[in-house]
Design a protein around this ligand. Sequence first.
Ligand code: SME
Length: 162
Amino acid sequence: MYELPNDSFETTTELYANIVQSLEHMTEGESNLIANLANTSSVLYHCLRDVNWAGSYLFDGTELVLGPFHGKPACIRIAMGRGVCGWAAAEQRTVLVPNVAEFPGHIACDAVSRSEIVVPLVKNNELIGVIDVDSPLLDRFSDDDARGLEQIAALLMSRLTL
Ligand code: SME
């Protein structure tokens, strides 16, 4: 049984350091991306405060297709460049959206989502997919969340053998 980090950390950076440590342990010696994304979704959903969806989309060579997640059922396919996920994937960079109502083309999967962060998964310049986290609060995510999720993305990509 794995221990989840609790939310008693003083800073977001400290919380992510512990999440990364847990995920290093959970993914050690495991190269299966689906399994690693499944546990990552669970850890993010349970360890981050005020989050209503945490999961992934995987690039199938044409578009993004829903991957492992925690939260309500979500839309299955997202074209490159569409929504926050498609934008982060097309640009291969982290996209932080303080208010989804103000993001042109935002795809509403869960009506309660108010802010969102999407981090690309890229290995050897090849797009693998994205990690997406949604919150019911406006302006929930900071640069510290971006840096923390980027560390998690880097860890997941290091476990992947192409
Ligand atoms: N809101 C995302 C779609 C995925 S859901 O949030 C799970 C977007 O605009 O790309």
